[in-house]
Write a protein that binds this ligand. Sequence first.
Ligand code: S3P
Length: 167
Amino acid sequence: MTSPTSAIVLIGPMGAGKTSVGKRVARALEVPFFDTDAAIAREHGPIERIFADSGEEQFRALEREAVIEGLATGGVVSLGGGAVLHPATQADLADARVVLLTVAPRVVAHRVRGSNRPLLQGDDAASRWSAIYEQRRPLYERLADVSFDTSSGPLQHVVDRVVDWAR
Ligand code: S3P
């Protein structure tokens, strides 16, 4: 059962604004903020290096540990875009308040341009982003309790809507 005190978890594709929105929502609700990518990088070094040296599977294992740590805070938790692929995380999210952030492909293109995300390297980053998103979209939609689009307008509007929903 989801209770009003359970963690608020932000899911969605790369570049949707999960970290930026999550930070501000946590500040507004005066609860801890936890970002899985940041936690992994803090403990194990840059994500692109983990992918390069140890592979995606190892990254997913570290990510799962970070998800467990994040959910235990009971605050706002921003997940890396692929964290929901882990079956145990899918199960855990049944007890959380899950917010899906979406973004239109035309908008995300400039947000992720030049980023060091390992899955978006190279000239065809935009089409790769779309392919990954389309593949994961049914999963994101199934796990989400509510969904907001971050494509247009100030990010603060999305923050306000998430905070209103969460209160
Ligand atoms: C990934 C998303 C990234 C990061 C890693 C893999 C993914 O996080 O975890 O590069 O598989 O979608 P963001 O969603 O915060 O960019």
